[in-house]
Design a protein around this ligand. Structure first.
Ligand SMILES: [Zn+2]
Length: 218
């Protein structure tokens, strides 16, 4: 549900930022969050932390990719802007460097379909986009492309990004991806775990689609 006023949207975004910190998904100033607002988005400022984030510090970036020159949005603002342009239903984006997502992403490989909840992100695995410098056009493009059909992706040698139909859903997906990556790292201690078969995935997505539970915004 879209926030009814800019004040509501700013309060909600600060609350979500602190929730991501409380969940342990962001430490120091590694994460950034945004919410669609008006013709653009509200996004956390560069260098934000759980202590420093405030409603006034959030930056509004309009449809022309412009903002108040006195403010400094997150260095990943292009990544957020491209995701909103590529997915009309997306209302919120969460980018983190959470521990287990980073651990898996540093292998530059997708999170495989080793557990049925991997399917909660819209496919049979969670893709990992190639490494590019933080804040670059290339990284923003690759993440936005991956998130056209998935609700989350890993970013090689970097972290993860999730999108949702509201802030709460995007935070939950970022948390869920961290849990799935943790399970994979634990399972890998005994060797590569069994992956679900194509038939098992078909059955999963048939059931999952019927419940609508956690489906990615399209
Ligand atoms: Zn990052």
């Amino acid at each position: 549900m879209a926030a009814s006023s800019e004040g509501d949207a700013r309060r909600a975004l600060v609350g979500a930022y602190r929730e991501v910190v409380d969940l342990g998904l962001t430490e120091l100033s590694s994460g950034n969050l945004s919410v669609r607002f008006g013709d653009g988005m509200l996004i956390s400022p560069t260098g934000a932390s759980g202590e420093s984030i405030s409603e006034d510090s959030l930056v509004y970036i309009g449809s022309e990719d412009s903002w108040d020159p006195g403010q400094k949005p997150s260095s990943e603002w292009q990544l957020h802007a491209r995701i909103y342009r590529g997915s009309a239903a997306t209302q919120a984006v969460v980018h983190t460097h959470s521990d287990y997502c980073v651990a898996v992403a540093c292998h530059s490989k997708p999170l495989p379909g080793f557990h049925y909840m991997v399917g909660a992100f819209g496919g049979d695995d969670v893709p990992c986009v190639p490494y590019n410098t933080f804040g670059s056009d290339e990284l923003a493009r690759d993440v936005a492309d991956a998130l056209k059909t998935r609700s989350a992706c890993l970013m090689s040698n970097h972290g993860a990004t999730a999108r949702g139909g509201n802030l709460s859903a995007a935070v939950k997906l970022a948390h869920r991806l961290e849990i799935s990556c943790r399970h994979y790292v634990l399972a890998r201690a005994l060797g590569e775990p069994r992956h679900l078969t194509p038939e098992e995935w078909s059955e999963f997505h048939r059931r999952f689609g019927n419940t609508g539970y956690g489906r990615p915004a399209s």
